[in-house]
Design a protein. Structure first.
Ligand SMILES: [Zn+2]
Length: 190
């Protein structure tokens, strides 16, 4: 299985935390998928079960399918644990049961995506899926939150040719695209 290095590290940490709670029968059934692999999957499985190449989060290296060696994720304690705790480690359950109308994808208790803190914490607090979070951020322009003693400020900028972003001098920051029309800047204290 291939994953982004950072995501693989975060996932290992999360699994170690689950083990402390007595939940330790995780398996990974899918990580990063090449376009060719996605194409074959799409052709074999059809569009109820797979997305076309370039449209699957598995083509990003940020998503993975997690299972349990005990039973199906619909019933496994691994699934229950992920639902409750993944956000603490920067992961989100990407296609929850109660958000099928928003995501357009059937409930997938196995598919998690790394978005990082504080984003996963904000989404948990507001009960947002990624689509709702991006809309909310775009509307609010700026969100502040404290997670595990670290203060974060998340800002949204619409993308323009001469975009200037000011970053506080003594802070760490991350800049990412929203893959639509803007830039998300996350600033936190060292
Ligand atoms: Zn998946």
């Amino acid at each position: 299985m291939y994953l982004s290095k950072d995501v693989a590290h975060k996932f290992s940490k999360m699994v170690a935390a689950a083990k402390k709670d007595g939940v330790n029968h995780f398996l990974i059934s899918s990580g990063f998928r090449e376009f060719e692999e996605q194409k074959a999957l799409y052709q074999d499985m059809g569009d109820d079960y797979a997305l076309p190449p370039g449209h699957s989060e598995h083509n990003l290296g940020l998503a993975l399918d997690v299972g349990s060696t005990e039973t199906s994720m619909y019933h496994a304690s691994e699934g229950e644990w992920i639902k409750e705790n993944a956000w603490k480690h920067g992961f989100i359950l990407r296609y929850p049961e109660d958000k099928v109308d928003v995501t357009g994808i059937e409930y997938e208790p196995w598919h998690i995506r790394y978005v990082g803190l504080p984003h996963s914490a904000i989404m948990e607090k507001k009960n947002f899926v990624l689509e709702e979070y991006l809309d909310y951020l775009k509307e609010k322009k700026e969100i502040s939150i404290e997670v595990k003693g670290v203060k974060y400020t998340v800002s949204y900028y619409s993308f323009s040719k001469n975009l200037t972003i000011n970053i506080p001098e003594n802070s760490e920051y991350e800049i990412s695209g929203n893959n639509i029309n803007g830039v998300i800047v996350t600033v936190y204290e060292k």
